[in-house]
Design a protein around this ligand. Structure first.
Ligand SMILES: Cc1ncc(COP(=O)(O)O)c(C=O)c1O
Length: 413
C-alpha cells in the first residue's frame, strides 16, 4: 500500500554517514570516547570533541534584538545581507557584469534553486565522479539526471579531457546544460581547480556558446573559507567578467562552515552575467522558487552576518577566529597527508576544506576493517572519506597507516 504520489513513492535517503556515526557511537560506549577516532562528522569539532563555534558569531547572535530574530524577512533576503554576501563571495575579485543574489536555506537551498531553475526538466546535470551525494538527491527531486565525468587524470590533476568529452556528449542530446563545480576545497577530496583549469572550462563554455548552446555553471564554494588566502582562492572569479550572454555563472554561498552556523540554514545563490535581462530574470525566478519552498529564511542568521561584516572590529575578530579554525584543520590534514606519503597510501590531492579521501574498490569493507582499530570514516561510492574537520591532530597520527592496512587486508594485497 502506498499513499505517495507515483513520482514520489521511491524516495528514500541512503545515508552512509548515519551508519558510520552509529557504529562510532556504539564503539565509544563500549571502549570510551578517548579510544575511538570519529572521522565521520561534517562539522568542525574542537580537540575535546565538542562542536567548535566561532565565538564572535555566537556572541552577536545571542545579543540580537527580539525583532531581529522573530520578524519575517523579505523573500529575497535582507538587502544588507545580500550586499554583504556579494562582498564575501568575491572579496577583491568581483567580476565585471551584472550581479544579484537570493537568500537561500543554506548552500543546499542555493543548489536546489540552481537546479530547479537552470536545468531543463528531464535533462542531464553534470558534476565530477567524486561529488557530494546531495547533488544527486536535488537533481532527482527536480526531475533531472546527475551524470559524472572523471575528476582526476592519471596524475591526479583536473581531468579536462574527461570533462570536455562529457560536455560534448551531453550537448549532442540537449541545448542547455547546468554544470556543478565544487571548488575550492572540494567535498570529499579537498581538491581545488587551478586558474588554468578554469581557463579551459571557460574556453569550452565559450565554444559551445558560440554554437548557440546555453551553459550555466554553479560554483559551490561551501568550503572557500577553509581553502587558503582570501584573494588568492578567489582570483579565478575575475575570469567571469564579460562572458557571452548564454554562459551564466552562479555561486552557492553558505554560512554553515564559514560562520559555523550549520543549523541556522542560511546561504545565498549569487548570479553573474553580462546581460542585465538574465540577472533580472534570475531575481524574479529565484524569489518565486523561494516563495514556493521555504518563503523567507532565517532573519537572525542573516542579521548576524550583517552586524559582523559592517563593524570593522567585529569583522577583524571574526576573521581571526575563523583563520585559527582553518589553521587547525590544515594541521590535522597535513598530518594525514604527510603520513600517507610516507607509508605509500594513495590519498587524493588535498588543498583545503573539511575532508580527505582515499580511493577504494570496496569502501564499505575498508571502513568496516578500520573499525578493528576503532577508526570510523565514511564509505562513499569510490572511496573512504576522512573528515579532517573533526579529528584532533593528536588522534590523526597513525590514521593514514591504518587506512592503508585496512585497504591491504580487504583487497588482499
Ligand atoms: C559540497 C557541499 N556543498 C554545499 C554544502 C551546503 O551546506 P549547507 O546546506 O549546510 O549550507 C555542503 C555541506 O555539507 C557541502 O558539503
Amino acid at each position: 500500500m502506498t499513499m505517495a504520489a507515483s513520482h514520489a513513492a521511491d524516495k528514500k535517503l541512503r545515508d552512509a554517514i548515519f551508519g558510520a556515526t552509529a557504529a562510532c557511537n556504539k564503539a565509544a560506549e563500549k571502549h570510551g570516547l578517548d579510544k575511538v577516532t570519529n572521522a565521520t562528522i561534517g562539522m568542525m569539532m574542537n580537540d575535546e570533541g565538542g562542536l567548535a563555534v566561532l565565538p564572535t558569531v555566537e556572541k552577536v547572535y545571542r545579543e540580537l534584538e527580539t525583532e531581529e530574530m522573530f520578524r519575517y524577512a523579505p523573500i529575497a533576503g535582507l538587502p544588507a545581507y545580500l550586499a554583504e554576501v556579494e562582498k564575501l563571495v568575491f572579496a577583491d575579485n568581483r567580476p565585471e557584469g551584472f550581479i544579484a543574489s537570493c537568500a537561500t536555506a543554506g548552500g543546499t537551498g542555493a543548489i536546489h534553486h540552481a537546479v530547479a531553475n537552470y536545468a531543463e526538466r528531464g535533462t542531464k546535470v553534470l558534476t565530477s565522479d567524486w561529488f557530494w551525494g546531495t547533488y544527486n538527491v536535488i537533481c532527482n527531486e527536480c526531475d533531472c539526471k546527475l551524470v559524472n565525468y572523471k575528476l582526476f587524470d592519471a596524475n591526479n590533476n583536473f581531468n579536462i579531457s574527461a570533462y570536455a568529452d562529457k560536455v560534448a556528449e551531453i550537448f549532442q542530446e540537449q541545448d542547455s546544460l547546468l554544470v556543478i563545480i565544487n571548488t575550492p576545497a572540494h567535498n570529499p577530496t579537498g581538491f581545488s581547480l587551478t586558474e588554468e583549469d578554469w581557463d579551459q572550462v571557460l574556453a569550452l563554455a565559450k565554444k559551445y556558446a558560440a554554437q548557440g548552446k546555453k551553459m550555466s555553471i554553479l560554483v559551490d564554494i561551501a568550503y572557500i573559507d577553509f581553502a587558503g588566502e582570501k584573494n588568492e582562492v578567489r582570483r579565478f572569479m575575475r575570469k567571469f567578467s564579460n562572458l557571452p550572454e548564454n554562459v551564466f555563472i552562479m555561486f552557492a554561498f553558505s554560512m554553515s562552515k564559514g560562520y559555523t552556523a550549520y543549523g541556522q540554514r542560511t546561504g545565498a545563490l549569487v548570479g553573474v552575467s553580462s546581460s542585465e535581462a538574465v540577472i533580472t530574470e534570475f531575481q524574479d525566478i529565484n524569489k518565486y522558487t523561494s516563495r514556493a519552498t521555504w518563503s523567507n529564511i532565517n532573519r537572525a542568521a542573516m542579521t548576524t552576518l550583517v552586524k559582523i561584516q559592517q563593524d570593522e572590529s567585529l569583522r577583524a575578530q571574526y576573521e581571526n577566529e575563523r583563520d585559527s579554525f582553518y589553521q587547525t584543520i590544515q594541521k590535522r590534514a597535513e598530518v594525514f597527508m604527510k603520513e600517507a606519503k610516507e607509508c605509500g597510501l594513495n590519498a587524493l590531492p588535498y588543498n583545503g576544506g573539511f575532508f580527505l579521501s582515499v580511493p577504494a574498490a570496496d569502501p564499505q569493507a575498508v571502513c568496516n576493517k578500520l573499525h578493528d582499530d576503532l577508526i570510523f570514516a565514511v564509505p562513499l561510492k569510490m572511496g573512504v572519506r576522512v573528515a579532517a574537520c573533526c579529528v584532533p591532530e593528536e588522534k590523526m597520527h597513525g590514521v593514514a597507516a591504518k587506512v592503508l592496512k585496512a585497504l591491504k587486508a580487504v583487497e588482499n594485497w
